[in-house]
Design a protein around this ligand. Sequence first.
Ligand code: ADP
Ligand code: GLC
Length: 444
Amino acid sequence: MLVVHIAFECAPIYKTGGLGDVVGSLPIALSKLGVEVAVVIPGYGFIKRKKYLPGTQIPVFYAESQWFTKPNTRHDPKIQAVKYAHFAIASLDELKRRDIRPDILHCHDWHAGLIPWLLKAQPDAFFARTKTILTIHNIAYQGNFPLAFLKRAETQNIYELLAKQHKRISFLKEGIRAADFISTVSPHHATEIRRGKVGFGLSQVVRGKRGKFVGIINGIDYRVWNPRTDRLIRRRFGRTTLTAGKSENKTFLQKQLGLTVSPEIPLFGFVARLSSQKGIDVLLPLLQNVPKRRIQIVILGAGEAKYTQLLKRLQTPEFNKWVSLNFKFDEKLAHQIYAASDFFLIPSHYEPCGLTQMISMAYGAIPVATDVGGLHDTIISGKTGFLFRKITSPELLNTVRQALHVYIETGKLAKFRRLLLRQNFSWDKSAREYVRLYRKVAHL
Ligand code: ADP
Ligand code: GLC
């Protein structure tokens, strides 16, 4: 069976968030199960192209378009629309050029949403046997644009196919409707979407798929996220060196970021895209109180300027001893934060899966998170982390207080951490679920 993954990012070649991690690791787990896999991403002008996923024989192909030359920093909708519409066309062209006829085209998020739709709207004999699966990693991002944005030479075809019926286009909605099967990245989030709890207007469209929608939890790649072998952290550690390892990594990070240096102070990490999803509004009151509470928080995030401005306004010389604000995308610092943190904050309003809770557990940092989506499916509250239901600042504060008991009570912390390191979030089980899904869809 040949499965081709299509997405706008694939770590470590290009990554802005968890989708990159998934597209860079799920194919490896699939190939271990005997599936033939390849990946297609945009041939961006600003990335270092690799022929294979590092350390594997899995080919990475690059869809070509003049729209990929500039970095994704400015999200001008006019450019986004034509860029990813052309991505759909160029990805299919690239596969044809290489004479690759997949059994399954596994498309990810809105950027690849027009692929299932294109294959239905304009059937191509070359892909006659190819079935499509669309995985929704983030239903809030839908690629909704005026159709007129596609009135360009490269995307004229798509424009004409839709112009008779529509004035606007939704990449994700068209993809959901047209795909042979759809999925999202945790069972609990699948329920949230179905029930309309989190749907951003698309719950009904998803419900319309009737039996062709499933939630499969993500895994993490322990070749990348493993404190025993991690070359980016100060001191590597495992189960037997856990306490000393955490402590040395913490002292190192405190020094490096100009925080008060003390192994006694509980350190909280926060690594996320700065978007409304991630609950920075919920976090703010806690941050304002941090010096009084004698805890430290390290924030690493890139994204919306309104959040960087909000956070920067809190800064005073005293604040800076307790809170470190880092507004950039920095893979190394992310690893160092996971390694150094005692706790890890995830106050998300919704979280389709979330990888940072799994990563933090792998590094012995206790997640304090909202009880939503994949966080609900991966954290056992009171045992492997702390979950809170009502997404409010007082609830977060309460839960932080509860979590701090573990830190204060002698013996409890070490026991808790040892349990975290025993958790297994590898792809093995979920990759098998995908293989079963591919077989089913191939025979639809
Ligand atoms: P999402 O996909 O919604 O951004 P996930 O929890 O699934 O959230 O995955 C986030 C991934 O991106 C993790 O690997 C996390 O470490 C990484 N990440 C997020 N922000 C940054 C940043 N500013 N610098 C480095 N890594 C980051
Ligand atoms: C999305 C979601 C996140 C998920 C990631 C990978 O961006 O926000 O919860 O873990 O995709 O599937």
